[in-house]
Design a protein around this ligand. Sequence first.
Ligand code: PMP
Length: 440
Amino acid sequence: MNEISRPNDLDAFWMPYSDNRYFKSHPRMLARAEGMTYWTADGKEVLDGTSGLWCCNAGHGRKEITEAIQKQAAVMDFAPTFQLGHPIAFEAAARVAEVTPEGLDRVFFTNSGSESADTALKIALAYHRARGESQRVRLIGRERGYHGVGFGGMSVGGIGGNRKQFGAMLPYVDHLPHTHIPTMNAFSRGQPKYGVELAGRLEDLVALHGADTIAAVMVEPMAGSTGVLVPPKDYLQRLRQICDKYGILLIFDEVITGFGRLGTNFGSERLGVTPDILTMAKGLTNAAVPMGGVAVRNGIYDAIVGGAPDGIELFHGYTYSGHPLAAAAAIATLELHRAEDLPGRAKALEPYFEEAAHALRDLPNVIDIRNIGLVAGIEMAPRPGRPTARATDVFRKCFDDGLLIRTTGDIIALSPPLIAEKSHVDRMFGTLSDAIKAAA
Ligand code: PMP
């Protein structure tokens, strides 16, 4: 290719979930990261208000993690886990099982949250089949649920925009209503008061389809990506009761709520409900190497593995399940969480973070604020005729003023690394407040 026809350097990378045309005419590049901070390619400091993408919970550039990855790369770069093992994958699973809810001690490794969602759904189907209930094929998700972009997670997920380009979804999928009731729960702190009855809609689906056709219900304990939707009080408890009554598996997608985000190892602990299957990713390796996982109730593993004839029990897996570099990163990350009590730090900072978030209440166009753990959602009134434009303006202004936030629709989400100090919280909400005023 001669010089003249060579494409611009930005052309080749098709960026995920992005307005590629806008970005390529207004690139914002991150080049370095440490602790709470990113630096742009031209050296400007940007405070990380979103832990990357809800994932760098221990802050950036943690030496303990990067050194563990380097060391492992020098010892053994890769080894398969199909019919073979390597010790570090087993150690990583055992360390994960130390922090998962009691009784969920069997861990299947994936490479992402999307793969974890699809793996969890497949395990649920295989479990019922192993127990002679192969008619249980129906999967139930929830409106505004996000479970990644595989066909399983996308189908069970409840985001119209993510589905409409791709034609048919999985069959036999239904959705519960989402739990966002702005008229009753606006500006709630922690779990909102109203909405437990929405869990009762599961009973309606049972009546409609028959309990013995339903395999599993999958929800995020707190829906992050669709705008910080905190479950109403007793909502998850009610879902748990209904699932128990009808033999339906309850799956929690803890890709965001895992690893300290809500002030406990997993969100299920904070919210007081234990699922049968729990998915994770992101914070598992502090995002230094991609890795996800699915923890299952021991009886689910026993039913699939113990009940099978000789040979492979679960026809599912990824070349990189338990990848040595990811396993090394996970072990080092979990050690950091323990040594620095990152969930405890999040819990200690939560009241201050909550006050700072709710102090934005009277700013122009702010119609709701909600929070739990170190997550806050600030909802803006849509700009007439141009929904999402207001939040996008706030995002751009924040970035240019040195703060990384995340927006989804007209909702601004903050989820800083769990190592944040009060001074970071002050800076975050100060910059955000200025940007919201500027966007008015
Ligand atoms: N589940 C949830 C709850 C998520 O928030 C995400 C990502 N934001 C995913 C699944 C998908 O994870 P990934 O992008 O790693 O596939």
